[in-house]
Ligand binder design. Sequence first.
Ligand code: GLN
Length: 278
Amino acid sequence: MRLDAAIAEATDRLRDVSESPRLDAEILLCRTINMPRAYLFAHPEDTLDDLTIDRLEDVLGRRASGVPMAYIIGIKEFWSHEFAVTPATLVPRPETEILVNLALCDIPREAEWRILDLGTGSGAIAIAIACERRLCDVAAVDISEGALTVARENARLLAPGNVSCVQGNWTEPVRDRQFDLVVSNPPYVRAGDPALAKLHYEPQSALIAGEDGLDAIRVLAADCVDILVEGGALMIEHGADQADDVAALLSRHGWTDIACHNDLAGLPRVTAARRSGK
Ligand code: GLN
């Protein structure tokens, strides 16, 4: 089979499952033949041998059944870095970059802040911040050892020196510490949300947070007060329809300066609040 025919056929197979079937097909093909993408266009008449066709069939089959590209190729780009990801971690989403951006607006360039990322997963948020603020000390907490293994490796490669990964349940392993800033992309999808049908390859514990999707955010709103310095900020990603509920929750726990920020799609996505004096 020729390369151009293989791309066309693979694109057709991925049409139902992917928003970018041709791009996915090209990436899977060039990874299978171990060539850069430009090779596909320079040599459309090249032919694939049977062994290569079998290997392509394997990855295409996985993608066609809904496995995210990031799990098949093992990486996802976030904040211009390539993060290793596995099914133990959520695939970092582009909308989460707004949380990184917001955090960086708060952290002065030469600050030596102690920063905490709760529910770090692949470490994307913690590491993106640590790369931009090398003098800060970033703690990345997750309850999942599987996720932390991935986060540790990403930290070692991308931000050696200023990220430490800690296993535990939300603030529990850092209760005796104080931070200048806490960030989190916690699970916030409602149990039974139809959107979950497309997300079943990702760790459900990183996505679902009870009937109203707010279980994890309730914990953060209650517990982060005790580990932040006075005036320190808490920044939480949430669902586009949860901004009012999150603001109400934070307000009930005494947080001040509560403000919601939109993602690039114009959807309310991250709420920030400050710890006032006790
Ligand atoms: N934004 C993700 C989604 O809806 C959910 C991520 C999360 O729960 N933290 O696909």
